[in-house]
Design a binder for this molecule. Structure first.
Ligand SMILES: *Cc1c(COP(=O)(O)O)cnc(C)c1O
Length: 374
């Protein structure tokens, strides 16, 4: 195998080279401006990203994690409250709830979408429940109609963890359009990625947006006066400038991810040892990650690595089985869908810069692995 043809799980350099001139120009422009925190690049990006998600407001933050945590603070959730989320997510989802002072209550996922199973939701709602935090995992939105119906019945806020779902749609609606707010990460490998940590909250609620603008900046309404107890979780100008450039490509990039993903699903459709991602009729899936279920997953991982294909597992350790969060549900077996899938899921390379021949190679390698095995 020619090592140069290695297909890594992510390839940020290829993306940079494809937009290098434009990005280099804005980096220099911010350097010359002398304005590095918030400022006009951030204001402009917030307008553009709010428009992209079809919401009225966007508040830029220092990361996706801080976006989640600030959203909780912004709607007044804290000590004594409970927030329901899923254990099959990046640890930041649970972490943000703990940081707000509230308690995490986990509920299991739907085996087809890997996201919150609304049928299990009502069973964990208590008098202390204040919000539901569904995660639009891998770029596919959770079952929002059912989740919204339950939230309305119990008068709960919905904070969407949309860190993997920029531009994703459910029945034509984007994250933030239908709920209290949606939180995004612009971590470099996300569909819209900065050159470092960055995040944002989008909402149609003007009061929440206004409060979040204060909280992210020490709660200040002027340089010398804090009207609220806040934090320092602002978005940097340089990140906003990079994000503005990349946002103009995002629809095209998401279309390409979808095209390549459907091609890969078609190639893998007849491999009985593999389950490909399921798109529902209401989905505009943006394939942040292309995740299959695979028999003999760990052997397949090793085989693919030896044959020039990088893979990942999202997520290997469900949040409730990690030491720091064990208190929120100690015993394995409590979230059987999440736990069973954690041994079968495998993330394959998927990004707009992949070539169709890369997709063919990935599919062929998987087929050869199973053919040799049987
Ligand atoms: C990336 C991610 C986060 C955290 O975002 P950061 O920008 O890394 O802080 C939260 N939730 C999910 C589902 C993510 O994928």
């Amino acid at each position: 195998m020619n090592f140069n043809s290695f297909i890594p799980l992510f390839d940020l350099n290829k993306q940079y080279l494809s937009i290098k001139d434009e990005v280099d120009r804005v980096l220099i422009s911010v350097a010359k401006s002398g304005q590095f925190i918030l400022g006009k690049e951030v204001v402009a990006f917030e307008h553009e990203f709010a428009e992209y998600q079809r919401t009225r407001h966007c508040v830029g933050t220092s990361s996706g994690t801080s976006a989640l945590y600030l959203a909780l603070l912004g709607i007044g959730i804290g000590f004594g409250d409970e927030v329901i989320t899923v254990p099959n997510s990046f640890v930041a989802t649970g972490e943000s709830i703990v940081m707000s002072g509230a308690e995490i209550v986990f509920t299991d996922i739907d085996p087809d979408t890997y996201s919150m199973d609304p049928n299990r939701l009502e069973a964990v709602i208590t008098k202390k429940t204040k919000a539901i935090m569904p995660v639009h995992l891998y770029g596919q939105m959770a079952d929002m109609d059912s989740i919204i119906e339950i939230a309305e019945k119990y008068d709960l806020a919905i904070i969407e963890d949309a860190a993997q779902a920029h531009g994703a749609e459910y029945n034509g609606k984007r994250a933030g359009e239908m709920t209290t707010c949606a939180c995004f990460s612009f971590y470099p490998t996300k569909n819209l990625g900065a050159f470092g940590d960055a995040g944002a909250i989008v909402t149609n609620d003007e009061k929440i947006a206004e409060k979040l603008r204060f909280i992210r900046d020490h709660g200040r309404n002027s340089p010398d006066h804090s009207v609220l107890q806040g934090v320092n979780e602002r978005l940097d100008s340089i990140q906003a400038a990079v994000l503005r450039v990349k946002l103009t490509y995002l629809e095209k990039w998401n279309d390409r991810r979808r095209e390549l993903s459907r091609l890969l699903s078609r190639y893998l459709g007849d491999v009985s040892e593999v389950t490909v991602p399921k798109e529902r009729a209401i989905d505009t899936h943006v394939y942040h990650l292309y995740v299959i279920q695979a028999d003999s997953r760990d052997q397949l991982t090793k085989y693919l690595r030896e044959h020039g294909i990088g893979t990942g597992i999202h997520y290997k350790n469900p949040i409730h089985l990690q030491k720091a969060y064990a208190g929120y549900s100690d015993r394995p077996g409590r979230f059987p869908v999440t736990e069973k899938l954690s041994h079968r899921i495998l993330t394959l390379p998927m990004y707009p810069e992949l070539k169709k021949s890369d997709v063919t190679k990935i599919a062929e390698s998987i087929k050869i692995f199973y053919a040799k095995k049987s």
